[in-house]
Design a protein. Structure first.
Length: 231
């Protein structure tokens, strides 16, 4: 499955709060080529998670155009939106989002079920996905018995269950030490190289951001001029 190009124009989003309207994304425009690798940085509250949630079809923007592989995600609804999420998106959450009562293998198998992998293939497919992230030996462990880095690798295996064309990762290394963080980023890059998916990673880590081919720096909902990240 090849990656998808992204084209965002004048994306605006905000929330009504008791203290008035909060502008979260302020006319953001950006482009990412098919199979591109982008880092999104910015201080807390800059709008990074909101941008990812909109790209992933989890949040509908107030205004603007969000073209992912030629579909305007901002205008999808109902079954079309569900189909978009199921067929195009892999999402890695900062806090893993694994079910603690299921083993690593069962967590990935559940994602295979949701991705409509044939019942007879699910167990084998989950095993392949866990093998690809180097966790075969930990497949029968539940998340509480795994390290943070291992949990994040399970989360990446799960995100790949539907062979997404766009892999979105929200601070996937936020809770990890430097060595585990590097392994997780190595793994995301390897997944992209192997599957050709487009990869967008939110990170606070400048070294990790510098590894991406594109860098989008958000500052209070606005995109700073594209900058070259210093090594
Ligand atoms: N459902 C909501 N209702 C009201 N305000 C919200 C809602 N979701 C997010 N916000 C606000 O929007 C702003 C941007 O949030 P967002 O989660 O996108 O920031 P972020 O850049 O991901 O920050 P962090 O680095 O802390 O994760 C924040 O001020 C947040 O409080
Ligand atoms: Mg966030």
């Amino acid at each position: 499955m090849p990656g998808v190009p992204i084209r965002i124009r004048n994306l605006a989003h905000g929330y009504q709060t008791p203290r008035g309207r909060l502008v979260v994304l302020d006319h953001v425009s950006l482009d990412l080529p098919e199979g591109g690798y982008a880092a999104v940085t910015g201080s807390s509250g800059a709008g990074k998670t909101t941008l990812l949630a909109i790209l992933g079809g989890l949040e509908r923007p107030e205004a603007g155009e969000v073209q992912v592989g030629g579909q305007d995600v901002a205008r999808l609804a109902g079954d079309d939106l569900a189909a978009y999420r199921r067929s195009t998106i892999g999402f890695v959450f900062q806090h893993f989002g694994l079910l603690d009562t299921l083993t690593a293998a069962e967590n990935v198998e559940l994602a295979c079920t949701l991705a409509a992998v044939a019942p007879a293939r699910r167990r084998a497919r989950a095993a392949e996905l866990l093998d690809a992230v180097g966790l075969t030996a930990r497949a029968k462990h539940r998340p509480p018995a795994l390290s943070g880095g291992e949990r994040q690798r399970v989360a990446i295996a799960r995100a790949m269950a539907n062979q997404p064309r766009l892999l979105l990762a929200d601070e996937p290394t936020g809770n990890l030490d430097d060595e585990s963080a590097e392994r997780v980023i190595d793994l995301l890059e390897a997944v992209r190289a192997r599957h050709g998916c487009t990869l967008v990673v939110v990170t606070h880590n400048r070294d990790l951001a510098a590894r991406a081919d594109h860098h989008f720096a958000l500052d209070r909902g606005r995109l700073a001029d594209p900058e070259v990240v210093a090594p």
